[in-house]
Design a protein. Sequence first.
Length: 242
Amino acid sequence: MSELICRRILLKLSGEALMGSQSFGIDPDVIRRVAEDVKGLVDSGIQVGLVIGGGNIFRGEGLAKAGIDRVSGDHMGMLATVMNALAMQNSLLKLGVAARTMSAISMEQVCETYVRRRAVEHLENGEVVLFAAGTGNPFFTTDSAASLRAIEIDADLMIKATKVDGIYSADPMKDPKAQFYPRISYDKALAEGLKVMDATAIVLCRDNQMPLRVMNINAPGALLRLVKGEEIGSLVESGNDR
Ligand SMILES: Nc1ncnc2c1ncn2[C@@H]1O[C@H](COP(=O)(O)OP(=O)(O)OP(=O)(O)O)[C@@H](O)[C@H]1O
Ligand SMILES: O=c1ccn([C@@H]2O[C@H](COP(=O)(O)O)[C@@H](O)[C@H]2O)c(=O)[nH]1
């Protein structure tokens, strides 16, 4: 169980989970603990690309309900993901982990602009690359951005680390009787309309054979155990229903 099962991963972190017990923003203890987990991966030789959501700060949909036009709201949401990426970059640097934010929206005084070939070079040099500003386009989510970047960088695995233990038949936060799926196919996840991840993100993974694991962000050390072969969370793959 100590052999690494992957060489390069794309890790999607829920922005909302970074709030911890707060109602907005970033809990410094949570971001430090997650950064320590990422360090564990890097120290064991895994190349790590990171996408962080923005739900702890702004989401375009919520802003639209408050009267802001949707495209401006989505721009605000994407800028929120840049803030989260910069905070995580800072936490990683403090732990001595080389980390670099690359944004899909150019802001050269703040961070590098995303260029795929450069991102891959940074990963090969052992740097954690934080892919910020989602896809750079409104009407998408950071789940879709994570699928896209996972495919672009040729990751062996995409991991969505969120507030629940994996994929269930219904939202486990709302339905205590929801049944846990240790393995599920992309098609079943889509057919059942499971809201753990948006459909665009799942379709991108399915059409490009990108295996996807959904797991709890609040389980210290679990990421390292996962890349060493332990079955943690739910695995989404073709024809993979159990
Ligand atoms: N069938 C399901 N199985 C598991 N979780 C589900 C399901 N349906 C809905 N959820 C909910 O989806 C949430 C995961 O989405 P999460 O908040 O990580 O996504 P996100 O919108 O990408 O987050 P953020 O915008 O904060 O990055 C879980 O916390 C869970 O409550
Ligand atoms: O490609 C993208 C990614 C994100 N957005 C906007 O940002 C927020 C925050 O992202 P989450 O995935 O919800 O955490 C999202 O609600 C969108 O408003 C985007 O427009 N394009």
